[in-house]
Each structure stands twice: as structure tokens, then as C-alpha cells.
Design a protein around this ligand. Structure first.
Ligand code: FAD
Ligand code: NAD
Ligand code: FES
Length: 279
């Protein structure tokens, strides 16, 4: 059982939870995640460790409500408990001194980019961070990202804040201005794919943090299978970060949709008779 120590809302459907997990707080590195259950009967879901306080024995989780488990998680209040949590899981981010690094965060992907940008900056890189959201009220972790970046670029799809447009617009400008030694991106799949297509002509190594469905987190169930450079990888143990220029994004998009009917039923939005067969 892990106690919720604090909670605040970062956006209308995005909560930030401080959770007691002393061993995880001491061991975790940038790029790693936990797998947790809210209740005994509940699903196990992966959530990135956005930060930690080893002295207090807590980790920070930033959670976007998208389905049943994330809604249940965000409904917890300080003093209540998670059923269980395992981690840190996954490979830590590979950090080198590349010079200028561009870190691209789309929506709640900001929670993934924050610890990575902090580690890149601590290693002596000049971190240019791009933070994009659909609108101003969905921009999260702006101050925190600004504190670990040489410069923070803000975009919104509707122009309500920062530059009007997608994260790829400032990225294109930074790539043209060059030199950029390394790019890292986290966010929705189409965004990560677009970032990779933007960097490919420049030959800039680009790492993406993938978000396949995960179950056991041990490399045994195959749930998180992805294809990278023609090879099968398991994101829970080999990732979640991979060379974006080698990722088979079409396969990942199809695999993420496999359980859509079941997920919608678990949220009570559709009845069993409306289910499509799962291929
Ligand atoms: P479901 O009912 O299972 O799904 C609802 C909707 O979300 C469906 O449209 C479904 O296709 C989509 N969905 C389900 N799982 C995923 C997924 N893994 N990625 C993208 N879409 C999905 N979310 C956060 O809010 N904060 C994080 O820090 C975070 N870190 C993650 C780290 C890793 C390594 C991975 C693999 C995923 C991470 N996610 C994070 C995504 C999170 O695990 C899913 O949103 C969650 O499992 C959905 O569960 P649910 O029961 O609420 O929704
Ligand atoms: P969103 O759909 O609001 O998009 C955020 C931003 O991404 C947009 O404002 C835009 O700037 C950019 N973007 C989106 N599509 C783009 C495209 N085709 N080309 C260029 N830029 C594009 O994001 P959200 O609703 O906050 O969803 C966040 C996503 O991140 C979810 O799919 C979630 O599952 C995923 N996620 C990923 C990880 C990970 O480990 N990579 C962790 C947590 C969440
Ligand atoms: Fe089961 Fe990765 S989650 S193999």
C-alpha cells in the first residue's frame, strides 16, 4: 500500500500526485516508470516517475484522466492509498554531453520530458525545450521545465498562449539554425512520429519515449511489444526510450487500438452488444 501524500490539479484532467514509495524514490533515474494498481481488482498501469524526493521518500506522478484506472487514480485524495506500486522499471535515459539538445513535450508528455531535461542539463547540455498543448489551460509543468532549460518555447494549437501551431514549428527553426546534437520527444504518437520526420533529413539522433499498453512490466507477457529497426523489443524492459527513426509507428498505433472496445466498456460508455471483434 502506498499513501498519497499530496495532490494538485495541473490542468482540468491532469493531476499531480506525491506518493510514498521510499525505495523507488531513492533508486529511480530519468526515463523510468512505475506500474501501479489503484485497487485489488484493478488494472495495472504504467506511469512515469516525473520526480522524487528521496529524503521524504516520495515520488511524483502526473496523471491524465483517459480511462477507468486513470480516473480512479486521480480521484484519490491525500491520506488514501494505492493498492500497490512496483518500480523503478525500464531503462534509464541514456545521457551524454551532446551540446545543444532539443527536448520536445506534447501535452502530458511534459511529465516524461521533465526528468530527462533535468538530467540532460545536469550533464552540461544546453537544453532547448518545446512544450505544446491544445490550448493554454492544458499547458503543464511550464515553470518546472523552464527551470531546467536554457530556453523554453511554448506552442498551443489554438494560439491561446505562445506560438500558434504545433511543437514541430519551433523544432524546424532550431534544426535549421543548428547545430543540434540530439533530440528527445514524448507525447502523443502522431507528435513523436512528426518529430522524427522533422529530424530525419538533418540526421539528428532522435529518441522517443513509447507508450504501448503494458501488463506485467517484466518482459514476459508481450503486451508492450514494439518493432524497432526490424527487431522485436519489449518497451517495459528494453525501453521505453528508443531510436525514433527506427520505430514502426504504424504497428504501435494498431496495437494501442486493440483493447479500445474493452476500455470503453470499462468506462461504461458502451454496452457489450456494441463490441467489435478484437483482431
Ligand atoms: P484505458 O481505458 O485503458 O484507455 C483509455 C484510452 O487511453 C484509450 O483510448 C486507450 O487507447 C488509451 N490508452 C491506453 N493505454 C495507453 C497508453 N499506454 N498510451 C497511450 N494511450 C493509451 N499516462 C499519464 O497520464 N502519465 C504518465 O506519466 C504516463 N506514463 C507512461 C509511461 C509509460 C512507460 C507508458 C507505457 C504509459 C504511460 N502513460 C502515462 C499512459 C498510461 O499508462 C495510460 O493512459 C493508462 O494505462 C490508461 O489506463 P486507463 O484504464 O485509464 O485507460
Ligand atoms: P495532445 O493530443 O493535446 O497533443 C499535445 C501536443 O502535441 C499538441 O499541442 C501538438 O503541439 C503536438 N502534436 C499533436 N499531434 C501532432 C502532430 N501530428 N504533429 C506535430 N505535433 C503534434 O496531447 P495529450 O492529450 O496531452 O496526450 C498526450 C499523449 O501523450 C497521450 O497519447 C498519452 O498517452 C501520451 N503519453 C506518452 C507518454 C510517453 O511515455 N511517451 C507518457 C504519458 C503520456
Ligand atoms: Fe509485459 Fe512488457 S509489459 S512484456
Amino acid at each position: 500500500m502506498n499513501r498519497i501524500v499530496a495532490k494538485r490539479w495541473l490542468a482540468p484532467s491532469v493531476a499531480c500526485l506525491e506518493v510514498e514509495a521510499p525505495l523507488t524514490a531513492r533508486k529511480r533515474q530519468a526515463g523510468q516508470f512505475v506500474i501501479l494498481r489503484v485497487t485489488e481488482e484493478g488494472e495495472r498501469i504504467p506511469i512515469t516517475i516525473a520526480g522524487s524526493n528521496p529524503e521524504a521518500g516520495t515520488i511524483t506522478l502526473v496523471v491524465q484522466q483517459v480511462g477507468k484506472t486513470t480516473h480512479d487514480l486521480c480521484a484519490l485524495e491525500p491520506g488514501q492509498y494505492l493498492k500497490d506500486l512496483v518500480g523503478p522499471l525500464g531503462q534509464p535515459t541514456h545521457i551524454e554531453r551532446w551540446g545543444t539538445v532539443v527536448a520536445v513535450a506534447g501535452g502530458v508528455g511534459a511529465a516524461v520530458i521533465l526528468p530527462i531535461a533535468a538530467a540532460l542539463q545536469a550533464a552540461g547540455n544546453q537544453v532547448q525545450t518545446i512544450l505544446g498543448a491544445r490550448s493554454q489551460d492544458l499547458l503543464i509543468l511550464e515553470d518546472e521545465l523552464g527551470a531546467v532549460s536554457e530556453k523554453l518555447w511554448i506552442t498551443t494549437d489554438d494560439g491561446s498562449r505562445g506560438e500558434h501551431g504545433l511543437v514541430t514549428a519551433p523544432l524546424e527553426r532550431l534544426l535549421k539554425a543548428g547545430p543540434v546534437g540530439h533530440v528527445v520527444a514524448a507525447g502523443p504518437l502522431p507528435m513523436m512520429r512528426a518529430v522524427c520526420e522533422a529530424t530525419r533529413p538533418y540526421g539528428v539522433p532522435t529518441v522517443v519515449s513509447l507508450n504501448p499498453v503494458m501488463v506485467d512490466g517484466t518482459g514476459m507477457c508481450g503486451g508492450c511489444r514494439v518493432t524497432v529497426g526490424g527487431e522485436v523489443k519489449y518497451a517495459c524492459v528494453d525501453g521505453p526510450e528508443f531510436d525514433g527513426h527506427q520505430v514502426d509507428f504504424d504497428e504501435l498505433r494498431a496495437r494501442l487500438a486493440i483493447y479500445r472496445d474493452k476500455e470503453e466498456i470499462s468506462r461504461g460508455r458502451r454496452c457489450q452488444s456494441q463490441m467489435q471483434p478484437v483482431r
